[in-house]
Design a protein around this ligand. Sequence first.
Ligand code: CO8
Length: 298
Amino acid sequence: MALRSFFRTKLGFSGLLPRLSPCSSHGRVCVSQQRNSSTAPKIKVDFDQNTGVAVMHMQSPPVNSLSLDFLTELAISVEKLEIDKGCRGLIITSNQPKVFSAGLDILEMYGKSPERCGEFWKAVQEMWLKVYCSNMVTIAAINGSSPAGGCLLAMTCDYRIMADNPRFTIGLNETQLGIVAPFWFKDTMINTVGHRNTELALQLGLLYSPSEALKVGLVDQLVPEDQVLTTAVKTMTKWLAIPEHARQITKSMMRKPTMDKLKSNREADIQNFVSFITKDSIQKSLHMYMEMLKRKKA
Ligand code: CO8
């Protein structure tokens, strides 16, 4: 079955082309919707057949925010690599300066219909399931800031290497936007940094500097900015030297309960998200947050 129709029929994706909602009255929103509707590939994959390692470059300007199109492209790229038996390792990195990923595209959650919000959330779930449950070794080469969904994407990998630049931050800052990280974001973080650190991080919406992130175990290694990718490639060699079957079973044993929890609650989780995000008070918080981002820039 062609991959595109596989995604449409098995996963319920509606295809790669964006479905744009009518432009909101806020000029800024319209501009960014145009940005999201760009047909340029948002993901570039370099696969080295000799080493069995693929490097996935996120290249969605300006900040690799995870829009519906972006998430769909990412999930399809991971799926393609997953079914290629020659591919054993995946490194995820960014081609955007200073930013790994700004997390979920806020414009996908603002002023959208419940149907569109549901479609978006399904794609967020799909991205997480594809990467968290991958049989491949996955390494996040975090060469810039990585808030919220960007942090989730990094935590979904097996190992995290971050650029040692104090201007970069990483964390699940959802409460700062007036929203609540869903249970599987929380579970992924608990599995990474433990219960107490997660409680502090989530309630306070903490964004950690690289050294703080290393201290709590949110990232595994810090290296100079220009060595993030080369270190990821070297680290991958070590991981790939472990007997593959044993490593894969071990990974599955560690992650399956978390994965099963979402798998058996997907529809309810989508409904929760839609009813939460479309509330007037939450829409207002998102609007204020976007205004704050704009003011910060001015
Ligand atoms: N979505 C959409 N647009 C964004 C986002 C985003 N997440 N982040 C930044 N942008 C836009 C900015 O508004 C700006 O737009 P414009 O050029 O039109 O003014 C452009 O990208 C560039 O942004 P900056 O000037 O701020 O770029 P910097 O390089 O100075 O900073 C940062 C980059 C650090 C990434 C900064 O942009 C930032 O902090 N962004 C916000 C990140 C954030 O808080 N993301 C949270 C998203 S929510 C999420 O991921 C999980 C939600 C879970 C939902 C659960 C509900 C139940």
